[in-house]
Design a protein around this ligand. Structure first.
Ligand code: ADP
Ligand code: ADP
Length: 228
């Protein structure tokens, strides 16, 4: 089975001004180890589709499946880099990264190594003892990355992980994400509104229609391979 399958999902939100058809119907399969970028205009349901894929949101219709099993709650092997980062403000940078490993029952010694390695990858080693509130938006984004990348994951879901970074850092983090994906062997889905980012990181680029987002067309990116 595919690592991730969104099967005919659609989402309607009940808001103050009535119902919003936010997404779908949308069907998408991501193979083990594959890198897929989802590109679409603001408001087309990209974030919504990731929330469904990670089990944080139950779709109005359809379902998300990982390894053929329906997703009803977050799983440990899915790494998340979401828009609000989900950082714990009362924990330091290294504790924020370490907690994910603790939950996954990684030994204390190995946690230390992996936390240090993940922080070095994203360039936050000097801020290990700082608190999230002391970091800039871009640094918080990188902290959320480090937390996901420190874990043994088979699927990584990213919602505009590079949007708060300046141009130079964005290029650096793009390269880091590609390298880490190649080494890590996990499947990944990257949601972005940057064509450049989608083409740099996606073996397949899924382009969505405006809200409610459906797949408009798919590009197969021969430039982006797992092993070059
Ligand atoms: P994107 O990530 O592509 O910008 P979203 O998935 O965030 O799109 O949102 C899709 C649409 O659903 C937007 O019109 C947004 O305003 C609406 N929406 C998102 N979340 C909610 C919510 N919790 N309640 C009501 N409407 C929402
Ligand atoms: P606890 O209160 O359970 O000891 P903390 O909130 O202090 O946990 O830390 C959360 C996680 O961060 C723990 O898994 C811990 O191992 C990890 N951690 C804390 N300090 C460091 C550090 N200096 N280097 C690496 N990991 C750390």
């Amino acid at each position: 089975p595919p690592k991730l399958e969104l099967s005919n999902v659609s989402q309607t939100y009940d808001g103050a001004r009535g119902k919003t058809r936010a997404l779908g119907p949308l069907s998408l399969q991501v193979a083990p180890g594959e890198s897929v970028a989802i590109l679409g205009p603001s408001g087309c349901g990209k974030s919504t589709s990731l929330l469904i894929a990670c089990g944080l949101l139950k779709p109005t219709q359809g379902g998300a499946f990982v390894d053929g099993a329906i997703v009803t709650r977050p799983r440990l092997e899915t790494g998340l880099i979401l828009q609000d980062f989900g950082l714990m403000p009362w924990k330091t940078v290294e504790q924020n990264v370490g907690l994910g490993l603790q939950v996954r029952r990684v030994s204390k010694r190995e946690r230390r190594e992996r936390v240090a390695d993940a922080l070095a990858r994203v360039g936050l080693s000097d801020f290990a003892k700082a608190y999230p509130a002391e970091l800039s938006g871009g640094m918080r984004q990188r902290l959320a990355m480090a937390r996901a990348l420190a874990c043994d994951i088979d699927l990584l879901l990213m919602d505009e992980p590079l949007s708060a970074l300046d141009a130079l850092l964005r290029e650096e983090m793009q390269n880091m994400l590609k390298r880490t994906w190649r080494e890590g062997g996990y499947a990944q889905v990257l949601v972005t509104h940057s064509i450049e980012e989608a083409v740099f990181l996606g073996q397949r680029v899924v382009v969505m229609t405006p809200r409610p987002g459906r797949i408009a067309f798919t590009l197969y990116n021969s430039e982006m391979q797992a092993d070059d």
